[in-house]
Design a protein around this ligand. Structure first.
Ligand code: B1M
Length: 212
């Protein structure tokens, strides 16, 4: 079995220690960080996702797989991002109200920090009011919302509405993303930028900050 398949297999079993060791081994062998992420960690998480959908595994198994995923991505972080870049802007980031998924959001944070953005991560289950008050307090140029559930992506509309209500809509760029989110959804709720993955979210955020 290749090392990437082994990482995927251990991740599916939630064996964080083995995942960490193998990710380090893959790094030492010179395998690119993005390949380890895509073909090892994310590949394992996608298999878990399918099994979860088919009721072959349940929340506890998915949670320990998520923990193993985080253990692996922590090691990749310094390689995925270029360190020591000058801050180009401020981002308020969070997973929307009612939604507890944070792996994708954490990747977005990692990639944004790598682009020199200062990221204030509000965590999970973030109400619209919290995004807006943080943006006001911090003078952030960007609000970035992540959602993984079709039932919670609608919260993003409330973030846009709340920004309008609080009079900051013209001062902030609202970015949206997460598996069920699309470009047309972004447009329909009046948000500004949709990106399908963490790397493009970081590039678009840096470009928007430079342009503002
Ligand atoms: Co949940 N879950 N989950 N889950 N879970 C999904 C999302 C699901 C698709 C599984 C399935 O049925 N196949 C399904 C959603 C169905 C739907 O709405 N369409 C689902 C469900 C139903 C649920 C529960 C309702 C299950 C239940 O309790 N009955 C429940 C809801 C809890 C809640 O949030 N209120 C639930 C719970 C959980 C756990 C807590 C067990 C766990 C989360 C642990 C954690 O995050 N710490 C979990 C997990 C892990 C998953 C799956 C398996 C993996 C998600 C993940 O982390 N993927 C997922 C199935 C799947 O996706 N295959 C599933 C890896 C991650 C890197 O991808 O987050 O998509 P992702 O991020 C991507 C892009 O989307 C993008 O960048 C990343 C890649 O670079 N991106 C952005 C993300 N945010 C962005 C923001 C941006 C731009 C890009 O700009 C701002």
């Amino acid at each position: 079995m290749s090392i990437l398949n082994e990482i995927s297999a251990f991740l599916q079993k939630g064996r964080a220690k083995n995942v960490k060791e193998l990710v380090q081994k893959a790094i030492d062998e010179g395998i690119e960080a993005k390949t380890i992420l895509d073909e090892g960690l994310l590949s394992g998480m996608n298999i878990i996702g399918e099994k979860f959908k088919n009721n072959e595994v349940y929340v506890p198994e998915v949670l320990i797989a998520a923990r193993a995923m985080n253990a692996g991505t922590e090691l990749l972080k310094p390689l995925l991002v270029s360190e020591g870049v000058e801050a180009v802007g401020k981002v308020i980031l969070g997973t929307v109200r009612g939604d507890l998924h944070d792996i994708g959001k954490n990747l977005v944070r990692m990639m944004m920090e790598g682009k020199g953005l200062e990221v204030i991560d509000l965590g999970i289950d973030v109400p619209p009011e919290a995004f807006i008050s943080a943006a006001k307090e911090q003078g952030a140029q960007i609000i970035a919302c992540s959602a993984l559930l079709t039932t919670t992506m609608t919260e993003m509309k409330h973030v846009v509405e709340h920004a309008e209500k609080e009079g900051i809509r013209n001062n902030v760029t609202i970015m949206v993303g997460g598996a069920p989110v699309t470009g047309s959804f972004c447009e329909s709720i009046g948000a500004d930028i949709y990106t399908p993955d963490a790397a493009s979210a970081a590039s678009e955020a840096a470009a928007a900050c430079k342009a503002s």
